[in-house]
Write a protein that binds this ligand. Structure first.
Ligand SMILES: [Zn+2]
Length: 398
C-alpha cells in the first residue's frame, strides 16, 4: 500500500476567485490511497461477470479502477490542481465499522474475503484485494471527516472506491460493501455535530445511507436519483417520495426521484425548489455532499442528462448551503460515475462549483444539449408546413 502525500503546486488561487462560499484561500483537501485501485471487479457482459462464450471482447466491470485513475489524474494535473491539497489515508478499524454496520454483516464480509472472494450480491464482487480496498475507502472517508472536525480544513473530498451509498447496515448492494459516507456522518455526530445534511446526487437512490439514518432526526438524508425503484432483494427500498423516515426520523428522508432524461435545468430546478428550502429549514452544522457522475449524459449506468455545467451549478449551490449553515464545512464523498473520461471531467466541474470559481476552468469536451422534444416538435411542424415539394407530405391527411 503506497500513500499519496504531496502538496499542491505553489500557484495560489487568485483573490478574484473569492465569493460567497469561498475565500481567497479556499482549498479542497483530497484524501486518497493507491490501495483502492486493487479492488478488481473483473470482466464480462457489463456488470454480470459472465462470459457468454460468443463475445471476443469482454468489457471491464463498470466499477473499475480506470474510472478512478482518471479522477485522480485530472485532479493532480488538471487546472483545478492549484486549489487542492493532498492527504494520505488509512484502513478503517473493524470496531469503527460497527457504528453503522452490524457485527454479523461485517463478519460475513471478513469470511467472504478469507475464502477468496465471491459475488456478494448481483454485480457486487469481492475478490482478493477488495476487502483491503473497502477498508481503505471507509478509513479514507473517516480521515477526511476527522480533518474537518479537528479544524484543519473546511472542505474535504474523499476520493474512494469501492463506493458505499447502497451499503445498508446489514446488506451489501450495488457495488458497495461499506457505507463510507454513513460512517463519516456517524463519526461527525459522535464528535459533536448536532445535525448533518446529506445531499446525494449519484443517479441511483442512496438507499443504504437512508436506511442507516431512517429513524434519526439528527440526519436529513436527501437523494436526487432516477426513478429506478427497487432492483431486487439487496435493494428493497424504492426511492419513492413516500419513503420519508419513521419514528422520530419521520420527515427526515427526502427522496427526489427525477424522470429519465432530466438534465442541467431540471436538476437546478430540483435543487433550488426542493433541496435548498429543506436544508435551509433543517439548519445543519455539517453537510455531506455525496457525488456520483453517473447522472451525466454519457454514463452507461444512468439515464439522466447532466453535463459539466450542471454539475458545476449543483456544486455551487451545495457550496453556498455550506457557507450559510455549516460554517463552510463540507465533506464530499465519491460514489458512482462510470464513463471513464467524462466522469473525471464532471468531478472537476463539481469541485469548481464547490469553490464558487467565477469562470469555468475546464471546457466540456463532449457537451451536447439534452433533448427537449418541444424543439423537435416545432421543427417537424415547420418542415411539414414549408416542404411544398414532397407531395406525399403535402397531401397527407391526418
Ligand atoms: Zn450510482
Amino acid at each position: 500500500m503506497s500513500a499519496h502525500q504531496c502538496k499542491g503546486p505553489s500557484l495560489q488561487p487568485s483573490s478574484s476567485s473569492a465569493s460567497a462560499s469561498s475565500s481567497p484561500s479556499a482549498r479542497i483537501n483530497v484524501f486518497w490511497d493507491d490501495g483502492m485501485l486493487d479492488h478488481d471487479t473483473g470482466k464480462g457482459v457489463f456488470d454480470t461477470g459472465l462470459d457468454p462464450g460468443f463475445l471476443d471482447v469482454l468489457e471491464k466491470h463498470p466499477e473499475n479502477s480506470d474510472r478512478i485513475r482518471n479522477m485522480l489524474s485530472i485532479l493532480k494535473r488538471g487546472p483545478i490542481s492549484p486549489f487542492l491539497s493532498w492527504h494520505s489515508s488509512r484502513l478503517a478499524l473493524i470496531s469503527e465499522l460497527l457504528s453503522f454496520h452490524t457485527r454479523e454483516y461485517i463478519d460475513s464480509l471478513i469470511e467472504a474475503d478469507k475464502s477468496g472472494g465471491k459475488e456478494i450480491c448481483s454485480g457486487t464482487f469481492m475478490n482478493p484485494g477488495s476487502w483491503n480496498a473497502a477498508l481503505l475507502a471507509a478509513g479514507t472517508t473517516l480521515s477526511a471527516m476527522k480533518h474537518i472536525m479537528d479544524g484543519h480544513g473546511k472542505i474535504c473530498y474523499a476520493l474512494v472506491r469501492p463506493p458505499g451509498h447502497h451499503a445498508q447496515p446489514t446488506q451489501a448492494d450495488g457495488y458497495c460493501f461499506l457505507n463510507n459516507a454513513g460512517l463519516a456522518v456517524q463519526y461527525a455526530l459522535d464528535s459533536g455535530c448536532k445535525k448533518v445534511a446529506i445531499i446525494d446526487i449519484d443517479v441511483h437512490y442512496g438507499n443504504g445511507t437512508a436506511e442507516g439514518f431512517y429513524e434519526s432526526d439528527k440526519v436529513l438524508t436527501v437523494s436526487l436519483h432516477m426513478n429506478h425503484g427497487s432492483w431486487g432483494a439487496s435493494h428493497p427500498q424504492s426511492g419513492a417520495i413516500n419513503e420519508v423516515g419513521v419514528g422520530v426520523g419521520l420527515g427526515y428522508n427526502l427522496n427526489v426521484p427525477l424522470p429519465n432524461g432530466t438534465g442541467d435545468k431540471g436538476y437546478k430546478y430540483a435543487m433550488t425548489e426542493v433541496v435548498v428550502p429543506a436544508v435551509t429549514n433543517f439548519k445543519p452544522d455539517m453537510i455531506v455532499f455525496v457525488v456520483g457522475q453517473d447522472s451525466s449524459a454519457f454514463d452507461p449506468n444512468g439515464r439522466q442528462c447532466l453535463t459539466m455545467e450542471g454539475y458545476r451549478e449543483i456544486g455551487r449551490i451545495v457550496g453556498n448551503l455550506a457557507h450559510d449553515y455549516s460554517k463552510g464545512r463540507m465533506l464530499i464523498v465519491q460514489e458512482g460515475g462510470y464513463h471513464v473520461t467524462y466522469s473525471a471531467y464532471c468531478l472537476h466541474a463539481t469541485l469548481e462549483g464547490v469553490l464558487n470559481l467565477p469562470h469555468p476552468l475546464l471546457s466540456d469536451p463532449i457537451a451536447y444539449y439534452p433533448e427537449n422534444d418541444s424543439f423537435a416538435i416545432k421543427a417537424i411542424e415547420s418542415i411539414k408546413r414549408h416542404q411544398p415539394h414532397v407531395s406525399f407530405l403535402r397531401d397527407a391527411k391526418h
